[in-house]
Ligand binder design. Structure first.
Ligand code: DOR
Length: 449
């Protein structure tokens, strides 16, 4: 008999089963063995799945039982980040699979997709297999590789999508760079239909970006920094939507940052185009003002925009135009970020602040906790075709226990991630994961504090 874990008295939210109520979960050998409702959180709320929420006591057979008292805490399916940069192979001085997946579980994530802009680029099955082997050896959570669309991410020639798909890639993207050639994007979208996987598009017209380093506007003029106009993102969102319509391929727009992109995606969805979209916590939490003092930790691609864009992104999340909140976790070495603004690399280390920042949307009444779970677990799983993000009996025991009232100060020096590059250092956020369970393994850094 293997080990068992009993999570008692937690407020379970599992949209996959329509569960929103206090109950117990029994985990055995890394799988959900039983789930029992004690009472509904609000009597008027209908618990759809009464039959699995039996009123019988849980069947505690295992002699090695770990009991977790989750009274007053939320129990959610483990979060899934569909946009992480793990940096291994090639940039292990920024992050490794080991440290990146530890950062993930610290942030409440039990699965992530890693982008291919490594060295070598993940543009063939050997690199994909390497990532999966390293994950098996050292990963704290599930890792699903994203293969490159083009060889070397140069945008010139399609990579071996079929071989990478067979090796385990769940999506394709040249993230970090756009696919500037429309014909290559068209072909990639055609393949996305064959393999039934999404093409994750980094929408940026490099000619319009013109080596800009922040949002284009009066602030960029005042700071004397070259700007990237919203149009740089939006023309590519428009192009890719048109190509998705043409090919009936599966398009997913990465890191949406502008009001115009939200509107284009909204219209495309209304027109029946198969498009999904993600944004990241920094695009709804801060504006271009964060770079006012040339803080390279706020330098990111696409750049932080204006308050108007922030409001449009929140509305897009509220009305379902934006399906997913992803981190775009982009760790960089301190010395790289210490350069002048123009020269420093773009990116924010996001895995360990994503949940706290996103819970502000719940506080503001933009999303319910259940909708947040949809954006951070259910929808990524659906888009990627992963059979997870559920606490159903028989599923992998991937869960996060969260204290919605616990305030914490963001201290990047304490991040598990090697990337300390965050513009949120020192922020006090309310609501944090206190314990993550991945495949039945418990990471309980807070309980023992
Ligand atoms: O800011 C970013 N950093 N945006 C990207 O698209 C790539 C990422 C990176 O790899 O550092």
């Amino acid at each position: 008999m293997g080990s068992s874990i009993l999570i008692k008295n937690g407020h379970i939210i599992d949209p996959s089963q329509g569960i929103d109520g206090v109950g117990d979960i029994l985990i055995e050998d890394g799988k959900i063995k039983e789930i029992k409702k004690i009472r509904s959180s609000e009597d008027k709320k209908k618990i759809k799945n009464e039959e699995i929420l039996t009123s019988q006591p849980l069947n505690l057979l295992s002699p090695q039982l770990k009991i977790i008292d989750a009274a007053g805490l939320y129990v959610l399916p483990g979060l899934i980040d569909m946009h992480t940069h793990l940096r291994e192979p090639g940039f292990e001085y920024k992050e490794t699979i080991k440290t990146g997946t530890m950062a993930a579980v610290m942030g409440g994530f039990t699965a992530l997709c890693c982008m291919p802009n490594t060295n070598p680029v993940n543009d063939n099955e050997t690199v994909t297999e390497f990532i999966l082997r390293r994950t098996y050896a050292e990963g704290a959570c599930h890792v699903y590789p994203v293969g490159a669309i083009t060889k070397g991410q140069t945008g010139e020639e399609l990579a071996e999508l079929g071989m990478m798909h067979d090796a385990g890639c769940v999506a394709f993207s040249d993230d970090g760079r756009p696919v500037m050639n429309g014909l290559i994007m068209r072909r990639a979208l055609e393949y996305s239909r064959i393999f039934n996987v999404p093409i994750i598009s980094h929408c940026e017209d490099l000619d319009l970006s013109e080596s800009g380093v922040m949002n284009e506007g009066s602030l960029s003029t005042i700071l004397g920094l070259k700007g990237i106009p919203s149009a740089s993102e939006e023309v590519m969102v428009a192009r890719d939507i048109i190509l998705a319509g043409l090919t009936r391929g599966r398009l997913h727009i990465a890191h949406v940052s502008t009001a115009g992109s939200v509107e284009l995606i909204r219209r495309a969805k209304n027109d029946g185009v198969d498009v999904t979209a993600e944004t990241c916590p920094h695009y709804f939490s801060i504006t271009e003002d964060a770079v006012k003092n040339y803080d390279t930790n706020a330098k990111v691609t696409p750049p932080l925009r204006t308050q108007r864009d922030v409001e449009a992104i929140k509305e897009g999340l509220r009305d379902g135009t934006i399906d997913v909140i992803a981190t775009d976790h982009a760790p960089h070495h301190r010395d790289e970020k210490l350069q002048e603004f123009d020269r420093a690399p773009s990116g924010i280390s996001g895995l360990e602040t994503a949940l706290g920042l996103s819970l502000r949307l719940v506080e503001e009444g933009i999303l319910t906790i259940s909708q947040l779970v949809e954006k951070m677990a259910i929808n990524p799983a659906r888009i990627l075709g992963l059979n997870m993000a559920t606490l159903k009996v028989g599923a992998d025991a991937d869960a996060v226990i969260m204290d919605i009232n616990k305030e914490f100060k963001v201290e990047s020096k304490k991040f598990a991630s090697m990337g300390k590059n965050t513009p949120f250092d020192g922020w006090v956020l309310k609501g944090m994961p206190v314990l993550t369970i991945c495949k039945g393994k418990v990471f309980d850094w807070m309980i023992d504090e």
